[in-house]
Design a protein around this ligand. Structure first.
Ligand code: PHE
Length: 477
């Protein structure tokens, strides 16, 4: 036991932990990604599948991941090594940690590019670019931004540097402060926008689009996207919640915290969706216009509403902050691994990683201009391929392995110590963890195989083989 490496930092209270976890969960995934993938995948039926995934897969994985973190008491890689040893399982479980660390870095490489767009919009809004702008002009403005790789690289660099600076300062001083006023601010402004959207005349249509399900529009690939998004939006499957859990003291309730995180995250996404689609329908825009949806709609609202300049600038400032509190959580697993296992100090670790991520991010920048016709996986651009591999494959795979570990490998005494539930609720939880969540992940992967999405399927199968290998070995020991 003496050589176990343990986390030294800890949260100053349960509320601070919940706020930081919500800060990680609520980000571009809710405000930018959820609306645009919902638009691309036809609305209601997709939303329903996504909500089912949050409840039946996301929530159990979230609880499991925080529990693994608090029990393993370290970064995802070392934490899994600690857990494997304590529970008499194979060392191969560290692969789960590596999968997450890699996914986190890759996701961050495109996350900073998109956060860069929000940064650009913040300054433009501040300088009045969106005052009295028409719907057509808003579209052209966005296309203009995307067409210029140098401008995109400038903003991407800006966000990467800010992320590195915050991460360098450490969990407590870096994270705790910003989050306390950011979340209430974001909620406030979303409510203001919700008020505006009821005046557009298309609120009802937006509501119907999000909540009336037409399953004929759903494909297995949409189901994969919905499931992947449940992981992405809750920040699970890659170890973020594991590191955050490793800083959590024993007396706090993981189940209660998880319920709050899932609730807040889902509420923000649905609010953002309602607002954005009201603007889409009121202005005759395309719901399926893709990653630009947020940026092509909201400026229209700000140009029309009272005090639009003020609300617009504030809104983009908050989007940037929401993005930053998520981006720092994406590299926290790696930074803490560098720190705890390799003795590389935070500042240095953050700089090295920042550089690599910045470089990989060029691929995403170019996907929207110079490389837009270059395809990587299937018909997908670099950005779309990266999103597919990380969000839709690596995260569900990571989550799948976490449920397997907590349900089958972890000693029940330790499990009950971490996840405090009454006997009946524990039975239900374990049933879901053993038979629903992992099976659902496998079914979605397998269906994509049957549906003939060969590239996705091959990746899925390869990962599943590796998952089973790790599991099988762990049982023998
Ligand atoms: N949950 C964040 C969002 O929705 C993204 C994220 C994913 C952050 C995974 C950390 C880990 O924007």
């Amino acid at each position: 036991m003496s050589q176990l490496k343990l986390s030294k930092d800890s949260w100053s209270s349960q509320t601070v932990f919940i706020m930081a976890a919500i800060g990680s969960a609520v980000g571009l995934g809710n405000i930018w990604k959820f609306p645009y993938i919902t638009g691309e995948n036809g609305g209601g039926a997709f939303v329903l599948v996504y909500l089912a995934c949050v409840l039946l897969i996301g929530l159990p994985v979230l609880i499991s991941e925080i529990a693994l973190g608090r029990s393993g008491k370290a970064n995802p890689i070392q934490g899994m090594a600690n857990l494997a040893r304590e529970n008499g399982a194979s060392k191969l479980w560290v692969l789960l940690g590596f999968n997450g660390v890699l996914a986190g870095a890759l996701i961050l490489s495109f996350y900073t590019v998109i956060a860069g767009w929000a940064f650009a919009y913040f300054f433009q809004s501040l300088f009045g670019v969106f005052d009295r702008i028409t719907a057509t002009e808003v579209g052209a403005h966005f296309d203009h931004l995307l067409a210029n790789p140098y401008e995109l690289i400038f903003w991407h660099t800006f966000v990467t540097v800010v992320t590195v600076l915050i991460v360098s300062r450490g969990v407590k001083s870096g994270l705790e402060k910003a989050i306390n006023f950011m979340m209430p601010g974001l909620l406030f402004i979303l409510l203001v926008l919700l008020g505006y959207s009821t005046t557009t005349g298309s609120f009802g249509q937006s509501f119907d689009f999000l909540f009336s399900a037409d399953f004929s529009k759903l494909t297995w690939e949409s189901v994969l996207v919905a499931m992947g998004h449940a992981f992405f939006t809750l920040s699970i499957g890659l170890g973020t919640m594991m590191v955050y859990g490793s800083y959590l003291s024993q007396e706090y309730s993981i189940v209660k915290a998880s319920l709050w995180i899932a609730f807040a995250d889902t509420a923000v996404a649905l609010l953002a969706g309602l607002v954005i689609f009201s603007i889409v329908f009121a202005n005759g825009l395309e719901a399926s216009s893709g990653p630009g949806l947020l940026f092509q709609t909201l400026p229209i609202a700000f140009s029309q509403m009272t005090a639009g300049w003020f609300f617009g600038t504030l809104f983009f400032a908050l989007v940037v902050m929401a993005a930053l509190s998520s981006s720092i959580s994406l590299i926290e697993p790696i930074v803490s691994w560098f720190d705890q296992n390799w003795g590389i100090k935070r500042v240095k670790a953050a700089c090295i990683l920042g550089f690599i991520i910045w470089f990989v991010g060029f691929g995403t920048v170019l996907s929207f201009n110079e490389w837009q016709d270059i395809h990587f996986i299937g018909e997908r651009t670099f950005f779309e391929s990266l999103d597919l591999i990380t969000t839709n494959i690596m995260l569900p795979l990571g989550g799948f392995l976490m449920t397997i570990f907590v349900a089958w490998v972890m000693r029940s005494k330790e499990r009950e110590k971490q996840i405090e539930l009454s006997t009946n609720k524990m039975k239900l939880f374990l049933f879901v963890l053993k038979w629903i969540s992992p099976v659902a992940v496998m079914v979605v992967f397998a269906s994509n195989l049957v549906a003939g999405e060969i590239a996705i399927a091959m990746l899925g199968v390869a990962f599943l083989m590796y998952a089973f290998y790790a599991w099988n070995v762990s049982r023998k020991i």
